[in-house]
Design a binder for this molecule. Sequence first.
Ligand code: 7PJ
Length: 278
Amino acid sequence: MPPSGHLRFGDQLLDLTRPRVMGILNVTPDSFSDGGRFVDREKALEHARRMNADGADIIDIGGESTRPGAAPVNVDVELERVVPLVEALAREGMRICVDTAKPAVMREALRAGAGMINDVRALREPDALNVVAAGKAAVCLMHMQGEPRTMQAEPHYDDVVAEVRDFLVERARCCEAAGIARDRIVIDPGFGFGKTVAHNLALLRSLRIFEATGYPVLAGLSRKSMLGGFAGRDVNERAAASVAAALAAVARGAAIVRVHDVRDTVDALKVWHAIGTE
Ligand code: 7PJ
């Protein structure tokens, strides 16, 4: 079944007949480690406005690091980091997504104006499904093998593409059974989440198989360690590598790319669009 061509994002319809860019706004202490809370918040707002001006279609706000080895964050800390930003940025007219696995954070984020929830646990926490089903927001269901603290230790699959796809389709069906309309659901193979470089490459090369499920596909490859390995670059020097990866994902049917380097990605997609596909 082909994707429906749009995503229901709160009360809006987001046209997905052209690829969309989701800009990453991390509000974890390791990304904004200097200064007090107010300074952090102002910096985060500025960064979001910059990405919006650069052409981001969605701003993805995350208050809990899910990087390999990261420790979990207390719910009150996450709420305090995320909710005021959602409120402020939604009021400014940006489309806001919140990257969280916690139902309490989802609930408050939706109340504050978020139009999408991005969950690396694919709504598997108790009550997460109900919280999203009760609202109108879109949801991104991501695949992860294991837990962030240990997931890169020994990832194993017999058939990574089939297993990840089957997991995502099963989660999407659960969402639909709970009352989340099909056109509110996005799937994501979860590059780097319990995956070796070989697994990531197999998933990227087979992205069309995910597109063929009928759910729009989101790809998050930006600045990830695999790209650092290929390009021989530290994490803050991976913009070009990330743009190449984003284009490779779009060429294989990704509807949304989740990126740090919004301006470069948007430029690359404009060129891509101008050239056209056969
Ligand atoms: C992803 C994410 C991803 C989705 C992170 C990082 C690690 N959410 N959150 N997909 N990655 N949906 O950005 O390097 O790939 S956090």
